[in-house]
Design a protein around this ligand. Structure first.
Ligand code: UD1
Length: 367
């Protein structure tokens, strides 16, 4: 029986841990899973609603860390997690993704000699100004088992000199959650509530500091999005950071006068119902690039690079950067091209069975 502490902290972690935890619970003679929530995200809309939508139990341990600078947040998670780890004595700690909670907990484990498995290992944007890129590189360098979502992850890890025997291609566990919940999400009334018809709208999310913390950059993005919204209404569920910047930079009026509808962040099922019916998605999120690939929805990524190049290779995603003119032109072209994703593909092992392969790998690597 393997005792596993599953770490969650921020919004993109919950839909990755949910299927893994459920699979461990299903295999109760093999696994004793516990959930540890660092509290990196704490608003009901950023955290609690995901537990409800994903059918996850209240975390067994809550570290209640909250927001702070990167150093303070990471350090606080480490300080709060260390005594838990010493008390729980798990066989494995499982961390997912690339947020501060991921590196903080992995680092505590490596210092105490507790085995760490990293789910979503090997992704690289090769842009070290991104806080997540630092978290990815460091977490991978100290993990005992590196579970990759796509072959590019294996190649990146090989280049960094990480031993092949620690690396296993398991597929994308976020797609397990997506496939499990797509039907359930049909009961969401979000499209009706917002008066939307299928393929009659676009969805926008933005939260990267590089896009929303600089007034000029964010202003340029807003201008291009206002132009795009003249062709198709844009629904914009805004992260708390982003909403704050819209107000601070004085963009409220410009947005309100346009065909961009800024709304509160949505829960997992409502958001799935929203983007799954969109004609176009515009985003700087990592997860949404993958979710649109899995569903064959055109996606424009408003960043200069991506750690998920497979989504471009598959034919759904275009890296448009942050140049307003380029974003506008590309959006117009994609909107006019009914066949844009006609030949799009889904990566191998994005099949809804990744949690099973993760559990199998943990067992195999424990013997
Ligand atoms: C974090 C992750 C990012 C991920 C994103 C998803 C890191 C380095 N970044 O970024 O990779 O894509 O989560 O959302 O871990 N806030 C609230 N309520 C909350 C949480 C945050 O209002 O529940 C506000 C606070 O003002 C906080 C700010 O958002 O200071 C940023 O939160 P933080 O967790 O530091 O980073 P994110 O931008 O959410």
């Amino acid at each position: 029986m393997l005792k596993v502490l599953n770490i969650v902290g921020a919004r993109p972690n919950f839909m990755k841990i949910a299927p893994i935890y459920a699979e461990m619970k299903r295999r109760e003679s093999e696994f004793l899973p516990l959930i540890v929530h660092t509290g990196q995200h704490y608003d009901a809309a950023m955290s609690d609603s995901f537990f409800v939508d994903l059918g996850m139990p209240t975390p067994d341990v809550h570290l209640n860390v909250g927001s702070a600078s990167h150093a303070v947040q990471t350090a606080k998670i480490m300080m709060e997690f260390e005594p838990i780890l010493l008390g729980q004595k798990p066989d494995w700690v499982l961390v997912v993704g690339d947020v501060n909670s991921t590196i903080a907990c992995a680092l505590v484990c490596s210092k105490l000699g507790v085995k760490v498995a990293h789910v979503e290992a090997g992704l690289r944007s090769y842009d070290r100004t991104m806080p997540e890129e630092i978290n990815r590189i460091l977490t991978d360098s100290i993990s005992d088992l590196l579970l990759t979502p796509s072959p590019d992850g294996n190649e990146n890890l090989k280049k960094e000199g990480i031993a092949d025997e620690k690396v296993k291609l398991v597929g994308n566990v976020m797609i397990d959650s997506l496939l499990r919940n797509l039907k359930i999400a049909e009961s969401s009334t979000v499209r009706e509530d917002l008066n939307l018809t299928e393929k009659g709208y676009a969805v926008l999310t933005l939260h990267r500091p590089s896009n929303v913390d600089d007034k000029e950059v964010f202003g340029g993005l807003i201008d291009s999005l206002v132009s795009i919204s003249e062709k198709i209404p844009i629904i914009f569920p805004a992260h708390p950071r982003t909403k704050g910047r819209v107000e601070e930079f004085g963009f409220v009026e410009k947005v309100e006068k346009s065909n961009i509808k800024l709304i509160e962040p949505l829960g997992y099922l409502d958001f799935m119902r929203l983007y799954s019916g969109a004609k176009l998605v515009l985003t700087d999120s990592g997860g949404l690039q993958e979710e649109t690939t899995a569903l064959g929805i055109p996606c424009l990524t408003l960043r200069e690079n991506t750690e998920r190049p497979i989504t471009i290779e598959m034919g759904t995603n275009i890296l448009v950067g942050t140049n307003p003119e380029n974003i506008k032109q590309t959006a117009f072209e994609v909107l006019a091209d009914e066949n844009f994703t006609a030949n799009a593909k889904i990566p191998p092992l994005w099949d809804g069975k990744t949690a099973e392969r993760i559990c199998d790998s943990l067992l195999n690597y424990s013997t």
